[in-house]
Design a protein around this ligand. Sequence first.
Ligand code: GUN
Length: 301
Amino acid sequence: MAQLLDGKATAKSVRGELKREIKRLVTLVERPPQSVFIQVGENPASTTYVNLKHKMAERIGCVSTIARMADSITQDELLECIQRYNEDRNVHGILVQLPLPEHIDESVIVQAISPRKDVDCFHPENVGRMIIGLPGPKPATPLGIVTLLDAYGIDVKGLNVTVVGRSNLVGKPLGIMLLLRHGTVTYCHTRTRDLAAECKRADLLIAAAGRAGIVTPEMIKPGAVVVDVGTNFIPAVDENGQPVLDENGQPKQQQVGDVEFNAAEQITAWISPVPGGVGPMTIASVLSNTVTLYKLIEGVD
Ligand code: GUN
């Protein structure tokens, strides 16, 4: 039976360390770290995430602002808003919550955030810095995953690592971060010929495809470490397979990962749950990047 990679508990301990670090740093710098979370429109999931990041930032001692913009904001207006925060001496971290409305080009917006204030580490300059090992922020979800592995003493060196998914935000940068830790990394994607065989070789299997149940227990090597990055919402069913309804009689949604958790936990050594695994670690990494950028901007260590 697997041991749990508990992201909720680990994120709490990371936040505790960051809080102590900020307390020490503010005695050296005139201003506290300040983050701005920009949300465009009213996507309920985005509201939940932005509120959570804001609350956690305040809790560790940052000054935090949520800038909410109407869905109808133009790309130029959003760029002007980002520019103001880029130039504001008091602001150290800027995050624009994705997805953005269709009339706004995400890539233009991501590249408009100053690389010096990019707490998600989405900017190509920062992704490049990470690849060659220069100081700066690290991609938030991948950083959360390596921090989680570190917390449980799991050393990636020499392991066969399979990453299922090659997104710019998770799969691609995570594979590189695990390579930098001396893993032997294989990427799998929609054109991979034999996904099951590639997964079965993995000592460390990362499921980051964004498809519920894509990793089945037959694809997992017994004793492997499995990190489930999926955040999928599917209709909830009860023990008889019947749909569960909410108080309004609507089908209730349930959050699941990319891995069939109940069967997988019987054969793995370690597994991260969904929810409570990678999600809280991503938020902790945004906070950790904020402190990294604060130190770089203010020239303290
Ligand atoms: N939308 C979903 N995940 C993320 C994230 O990590 N950062 C931002 N900015 N938007 C997201």
